[in-house]
Design a protein around this ligand. Structure first.
Ligand SMILES: COc1cc(/C=C/C(=O)SCCNC(=O)CCNC(=O)[C@H](O)C(C)(C)COP(=O)(O)OP(=O)(O)OC[C@H]2O[C@@H](n3cnc4c(N)ncnc43)[C@H](O)[C@@H]2OP(=O)(O)O)ccc1O
Ligand SMILES: O=C(O)CCC(=O)C(=O)O
Ligand SMILES: [Fe+2]
Length: 370
């Protein structure tokens, strides 16, 4: 369907329902809107000023962000230093970047290209993966986070793929990206295990290898697409949130726009570094660590000159796995910050409400600390 857009005024008076149908229900996405050469931002994309980043809030990243960590050091004589840096970064900011991570750089390039290939498909082809139409509930395409519940929409389309088996992925994931995504996901396994094992052991409690494995045995990959935006200053790419999983491994391109919250309502940008992967602590790891490692609040801004892609890989427990502070930690810490919850229940709560910073953690937080 074509969409008649008023391209003259700053915030045109679109018919909101028609716009929603075009973007969300018919699967044109925000890319479909951007491709119709809008010169201004529809009101549904305008976020309140307190949800946008004021440049005055942006702080020098080097005050908080460690230099990219060379993971090859985990196997050499500097092992102790690398372990301390990883644990320190997870504790202080909850975000860090890694290089020499073992994932071939050529695969990172192919994964970013695969994301462009998928989002450049015709709206009809992408719409075949909408939640209501997809032949497999573990793969779906969408826009924003929870469009039906959100007052203001995010300037982002996404494809979400939860991995269960090669057979399912080969049959149901979009052909344009499935091979690169599967290879990327598998090539990252060793790194994911090494980072998680290091962080959990850094907590100083007894832990066997199977415990490390069970907290990161499930895999999901998203591909995010942020089209060129006429007014990035008025909207958001992804709203303030913390991630659900144990660890997120984020592949970003060279455009930038990912910001992490620090003290006093300041925000730092995670700058694109060629060949590096961004790692962040998710809610699950904050819970497992009894609050020691920080599931940092982050968000993405849109861009007025280039379309951005990112490919987050989520490592999490299976839905039936119970998550709570690791045995021995509450005793060691002298307090219990989180209760035990089934990961599937935590997931349902996470996806049940719109982005609201770190509020998702309240579901498992013990309010009167014991
Ligand atoms: C979009 O904008 C975003 C997103 C985000 C943040 C994103 C994330 O952090 S995503 C993290 C990964 N994604 C998810 O977990 C998606 C949420 N999950 C679900 O909706 C469901 O878990 C499901 C994927 C739809 C599966 O549901 P269901 O089929 O009901 O699952 P189960 O009953 O648990 O399992 C059925 C069956 O399958 C087996 N199984 C399930 N998962 C796995 C797995 N990962 N690996 C292997 N096997 C699996 C399970 O064992 C069951 O088998 P049975 O034989 O027992 O039947 C942030 C910001 C944004 O803007
Ligand atoms: O695009 C990015 O850089 C981050 C996206 C994100 O935070 C997410 O998908 O959870
Ligand atoms: Fe995120």
């Amino acid at each position: 369907m074509g969409l008649a857009l008023n391209t003259t005024s700053l915030v045109p008076n679109h018919d909101e329902a028609e716009l929603f149908k075009f973007i969300v229900n018919e699967g044109n996405g925000v890319k479909g809107l951007a491709d119709s050469n809008i010169a201004s931002l529809p009101p549904r994309y305008v976020h309140p000023p307190n949800e946008r980043i004021d440049p005055k809030q942006v702080i020098d990243a080097s005050l908080y962000l460690a230099k990219p960590i060379d993971l090859s050091g985990l196997e050499g004589e500097k092992k102790g230093e690398v372990i301390d840096t990883l644990c320190g970064a997870a504790e202080k900011l909850g975000f860090f970047q890694v290089v020499n991570h073992g994932v071939p750089l050529e695969l990172l390039e192919r994964s970013k290209k695969a994301a462009h290939s998928f989002f450049n498909l015709s709206p009809e082809k992408k719409a075949a993966f909408l939640k209501e139409k997809t032949p497999c509930r573990r793969v779906h395409y969408g826009t924003s986070f929870l469009p039906a519940k959100e007052k203001s929409l995010e300037w982002k389309d996404y494809l979400s793929m939860v991995y269960v088996s090669d057979e399912e992925a080969m049959e149901f994931w979009p052909h344009e990206c499935r091979d690169a995504v599967l290879e990327y996901m598998k090539a990252a396994n060793k790194m994911v295990h090494a980072i998680l094992s290091t962080l959990l052991r850094g907590l100083g409690v007894e832990l066997d290898e199977s415990a490390v494995t069970q907290y990161a045995e499930a895999r999901g990959v998203n591909m995010n697409y942020y089209p060129i935006c006429p007014r990035p200053d008025l909207t958001v790419g992804v709203g303030r949130h913390s991630d659900l999983a144990t660890l997120t491994i984020l592949l970003q391109d060279d455009i930038g726009g990912l910001f992490v919250k620090v003290e006093d309502n300041g925000w730092i940008e995670i700058p694109p570094v060629e060949g590096a992967l961004v790692i962040n602590v998710g809610d699950t790891l904050e819970i497992l660590s009894n609050g020691r490692y920080k599931s940092a609040e982050h968000r993405v801004i849109a861009n007025s000159t280039k379309a951005r892609v990112s490919v987050p890989l989520f490592a999490s427990p299976r839905s039936q796995t119970m998550i709570g502070p690791l045995p021995g930690l509450p005793e060691k810490d002298g307090k219990t910050v989180y209760r035990k919850v089934k990961f599937g229940e935590y997931t349902a709560n996470y996806f049940g409400a719109t982005h609201r910073g770190k509020k998702t953690l309240d579901f498992a937080k013990i309010t009167n600390e014991k």
